[in-house]
Design a protein around this ligand. Structure first.
Ligand code: C2E
Ligand code: MG
Ligand code: MG
Ligand code: MG
Length: 282
């Protein structure tokens, strides 16, 4: 009896492991197909000037249009793409697509800064695609300042020489830099200033609580104050209510992003949003 239990216990464990491995393999196979068949697209989420609520920036967020499963959000495939280096090719697609969108926006006579998320793997992998970006921009007649590279705190704090070199090259070329998910990791603002950071993005988990928790509000206020003293601008993420908007505006926060203003949307909707937003607020 005991032997049988032991066996079934073992069998259960191994089934679970096998299932996990199999679902990873399936996802990886699907990801490779997706890349060949170009099933990825970018959505764009407006970022507004808190004082005027006018759109002045947007963040590009990748989506996977899966033929059976529909629209898939990045959290469920970016980690595997990073582990398998597929992220490098994906990163090329993201940069090129974002640049094309920016060209379309500028053709309407509007100014916009476009943020893209760059994975730590793109900074550490052997082959570096980042070095081609500046030439690509020039070919499209775009300014490097109009592209904001979003990186995470972790990348900066544990930067290897290779990462440091690539990051320095991008900022020297004039690309803007934002620290994403700020406050969730270990971070020193003085160090960020040294990295030539233009923006910090206060993570949603701090913004969530500001209307109910004095501590969360105090944390946001402190981050904003310190950033400003160092000449760094602040974008608050995940603003969902009028109350949160008002509190951040009073705290001196510069920019806001969240469902309260707009959800991520396809390119054509972004173009429409920009022209409507101008009409509404002017
Ligand atoms: P992130 O860069 O911090 O992006 C913000 C996330 O918060 C987005 O989720 C956005 O849709 C969501 N969000 C914005 N406002 C609100 C709000 O008011 N309420 C709620 N509940 N959510 C809000 P998304 O698009 O699912 O992306 C998740 C993460 O995946 C991103 O976090 C980023 O780390 C990563 N990611 C997205 N696109 C890319 C990409 O093109 N490349 C890379 N390497 N990573 C990406
Ligand atoms: Mg981001
Ligand atoms: Mg700079
Ligand atoms: Mg974030």
């Amino acid at each position: 009896q005991a032997k049988q239990q032991g066996r079934s216990g073992y069998a259960f464990f191994s089934n679970e492991m096998r299932e996990h491995a199999e679902s990873r393999m399936r996802l990886l196979k699907d990801l490779r197909i997706a890349q060949q068949e170009q099933q990825f697209c970018l959505f764009y989420q407006p970022i507004v000037d808190l004082k005027t609520q006018k759109i002045c920036k947007a963040e590009a967020l990748i989506r996977w249009q899966h033929p059976q499963k529909g629209l898939i959000r990045p959290d469920s495939f970016i980690p595997l793409a990073e582990e398998t280096q597929l992220i490098n090719k994906m990163g090329e697609f993201i940069f090129t697509t974002a640049c094309n969108t920016l060209t379309k926006v500028q053709a309407t006579g509007k100014q916009l800064q476009l943020s893209i998320n760059v994975s730590p793997v793109q900074f550490t992998s052997k082959i570096c695609h980042l070095s081609k970006w500046y030439k690509q921009l020039q070919a499209l007649d775009l300014q490097a300042q109009d592209i904001v590279i979003e990186i995470t705190e972790g990348l900066v704090m544990n930067a290897q020489p290779r990462t440091q070199k690539r990051l320095n090259a991008l900022t020297a070329q004039g690309f803007s830099l934002a620290l994403d998910d700020f406050g969730t990791g270990y971070s020193s603002l003085a160090y960020l200033k040294q990295m030539d950071t233009d923006y910090i993005k206060i993570d949603k988990r701090f913004v969530d609580g500001i209307a109910d928790s004095k501590d969360d509000l105090a944390l946001c206020e402190a981050m904003i104050m310190m950033a400003h003293q160092l000449g760094i601008l602040v974008i608050a993420e995940g603003i969902e209510t009028y109350e949160q908007h008002q509190l951040l505006l009073s705290a001196g926060c510069d920019f806001g992003q969240g469902y309260y203003y707009a959800k991520p949307m396809p390119e054509d909707a972004l173009l429409a949003f920009i022209s409507d937003n101008e009409k509404l607020k002017s």
